[in-house]
Design a protein around this ligand. Structure first.
Ligand code: ATP
Ligand code: MG
Length: 624
């Protein structure tokens, strides 16, 4: 076997987010450039695939790898995925899809804490919902890092025998002190000079439970004077008596993440191992380890390469599982899927679509330097997607009754006139328009309070009553069109003892029904939405605002709990048109003039009333 080259192609090329597109038709970026160069150079063309993860011998027996590249998404199953993970998922699964590759879902469960099935199932569902499958098939089993413990142990014994690892019995404090710092080289451990035979015996004692937790560790033997502190003999195995959800009590020693991760990648024949920037300093150890294990014929050549990209930072959003968990456990939100949460289950309940999140990931691109993405970018992606897809509907969020006083006389007592409106005014090209919406108009309708002004501000085009202007001239009440219905003329209003308007009064103008001949002869400047009193349906509408007051809620050690927006949720009783009454949970709508809403599940709190969550307003209210 030839010795693998430890050199890296430098992934420092500036990202060209918009000026170049790759053969995939997607905007190029430094990762796409690296992959395209690897494909052009045949870097991975000779690789074999043994049909499952495995060591060098296993893959050598396999066929030539049908996957041109292999990427992976390796979550720790200790929480729900958030919008930052969505970026990583779209990136890793998207690159595999675009370049004839496969992306592995691997649960990184090397920590012997209990893996929670709740998290495991949610992660699987979320990835599927985002539109991806893993390991090349929609129903493949995900991989588990803990399945590789046997190999990791074998590799550790190999390193010991090759003189590349030793058991260190210094205390944690001694080890820390002897590691040195940026200005000071480390000091060799007194145990560094042990023979491989001594180390092997000690390591086996560690494995066999002969030593206390924390009493010794296995360290890679590299260079205590390295300018990269990660190469100053990093710990690779520790003693920890803990029952593992997968391997039970088989092990009382567990590999460290920095040791486990490159091995997991190599066993799975990953070609491009993409991680966030904080792992950049670990890359030399990643390479060091894989080169040694390939030299020992334990792992297949060529090794995977690690590339780093900037994690997503989104304004007004926290993307730390630990902090999100605190919001849930302290009851600051209603759960992991509270529509204000940046978890993917939360975004989903907020009305986000897979297409919107994929568009977002594409639009923000990948770069090599940290920055903050404005929340309005995320909202813009949702608006763009829903504009084309969300069926329209009328909803009155702050209702007041409007009475057409001449209705019985002009239209007939109790008459209800059927009306229709398109569900999608501009259906996507080449698609059948969905069936129109049906509702009725009668003597009484609900309108939004904001659509009537007793004393109209200058330029107001909606309903106002007749008045006398400053020169003593009579000004007629204003005419508006009830969208999809009739033109009406405002005649006044009724109030209660406190002066609150209880009813708006108007007359209907006959022969002006939308869509009938001659209906346009009466000109109006304003059009308002409305819902019939006869067929309107009460609904609960939840108006959400940003969860935090500051754009960077947890920056600089700020207490993010102190930073919660007390007005992030306002619950209203609205009245919606009948077509919305039986909306299925998850269905998005545009409430005309109000914004995009998504039907939520109906629960015991709301009784039988349909519930709608505000997904995003019609216009950008965050960028300003
Ligand atoms: P947290 O710190 O919130 O627990 P994590 O990085 O530990 O997050 P993992 O489950 O280990 O969470 O992450 C799985 C993958 O998701 C990793 O490859 C990680 O790089 C990626 N990831 C996590 N957060 C972000 C983010 N904000 N932006 C981009 N990628 C992310
Ligand atoms: Mg992690």
């Amino acid at each position: 076997m030839s010795t693998p080259t430890p050199t890296h192609p430098t992934p420092d090329a500036k990202p060209t987010a918009t000026d170049a597109t790759t053969g995939t038709g997607k905007p190029s970026n430094f990762l796409r450039q690296i992959i395209e160069a690897d494909l052009a150079n045949g870097t991975y063309a000779q690789r074999k695939w043994g049909g499952s993860p495995g060591d060098a011998a296993h893959h050598a027996k396999g066929q030539s790898d049908p996957a041109k590249i292999r990427t992976r998404f390796p979550p720790e199953p200790n929480g729900y995925l958030h919008v930052g993970h969505a970026k990583s998922i779209c990136l890793n699964f998207g690159l595999a899809r675009d370049y004839g590759g496969v992306c592995h879902l691997r649960f990184d469960d090397t920590n012997p804490e209990k893996e929670d099935v709740e998290y495991v199932n949610s992660i699987r569902d979320t990835i599927k919902w985002l539109g991806f499958d893993w390991n090349g098939s929609a129903d493949a089993e995900p991989y588990h890092a803990s399945d590789y413990f046997d190999f990791m142990y074998r590799a550790a014994e190999y390193l010991i025998e090759a003189g590349l690892a030793y058991v260190d019995e210094q205390s944690a404090e001694q080890m820390r002190a002897n590691r040195g710092d940026f200005g000071k080289p480390g000091v060799d451990s007194p145990f560094r000079g042990r023979t491989p035979a001594e180390n092997l015996a000690r390591f086996r004692e560690m494995r066999d439970g002969k030593h206390e937790d924390g009493s010794m560790v296995l360290r890679a033997k590299i260079d205590m004077a390295s300018p990269n502190i990660n190469l100053r003999d990093p710990a690779i195995y520790r003693i920890r008596r803990a029952t593992h959800h997968n391997t039970g009590d088989k092990w009382c020693i567990y590999p460290m993440y920095t040791y486990a991760h490159p091995i997991e990648d190599a066993l799975e024949q990953i070609t491009h191992s993409i991680c966030t920037l904080e792992f950049e300093d670990q890359r030399p150890f990643y390479d060091w380890l894989l080169v040694r294990l390939i030299e020992g014929n334990l792992l297949a050549n060529p090794p995977p390469r690690q590339y780093e990209f900037a994690r997503l930072n989104l304004t007004y959003v926290i993307t730390s599982k630990r902090k999100l968990a605190q919001l849930v456990y302290d009851h600051k939100v209603e759960g992991w899927d509270d529509p204000r949460m940046p978890t993917i289950v939360g975004l989903r309940r907020r009305g986000y679509t897979p297409a919107a999140l994929q568009l977002f990931a594409e639009r923000i691109g990948v770069t090599k330097s940290d920055s903050w993405i404005d929340y309005s970018t995320l909202e813009g992606c949702l608006r763009e997607d829903l504009e084309l897809k969300a069926h329209r509907g009328f909803a009155v969020l702050n209702p007041v009754k409007l009475i057409m006083t001449n209705w019985d006389e002009v239209m007939g007592a109790g008459h209800l006139e059927p009306c229709t409106q398109p569900a999608l005014p501009n259906p996507p090209q080449g698609t059948e328009p969905p069936p129109p919406r049906h509702f009725t108009i009668g003597k009484e309708v609900w309108i939004d309070r904001e659509d009537f002004e007793e004393v109209p501000p200058k330029g107001y085009k909606r309903l106002f009553p007749p008045s006398i202007d400053g020169n003593g001239n009579a000004v007629a009440g204003n005419k508006v069109r009830l969208k999809g219905g009739y033109v009406i003329e405002c005649t006044g209003c009724n109030k209660d003892a406190a002066g609150t308007i209880t009813e708006v009064l108007a007359t209907v103008v006959p022969d002006t029904k939308s869509g009938t001949p001659g209906s346009e002869t009466v000109k109006v400047k304003g059009v308002i939405t409305w819902v019939g009193v006869a067929d309107g349906v009460n609904a609960e509408v939840r108006m959400y605002d940003r969860l935090f007051l500051d754009a960077q809620p947890d920056a600089g050690g700020k207490d993010f709990i102190e930073n919660l927006n007390p007005n992030s949720l306002k619950v209203m009783t609205a009245i919606v048109e009948p077509s919305l009454a039986n909306a299925e949970a998850g269905q998005q709508f545009q409430f005309e003039r109000h914004g995009y809403f998504v039907a939520d599940r109906v629960d015991h709190v709301t009784g039988s009333k349909p519930v709608f969550n505000l997904a995003v307003g019609l216009k950008d209210g965050w960028g300003k």
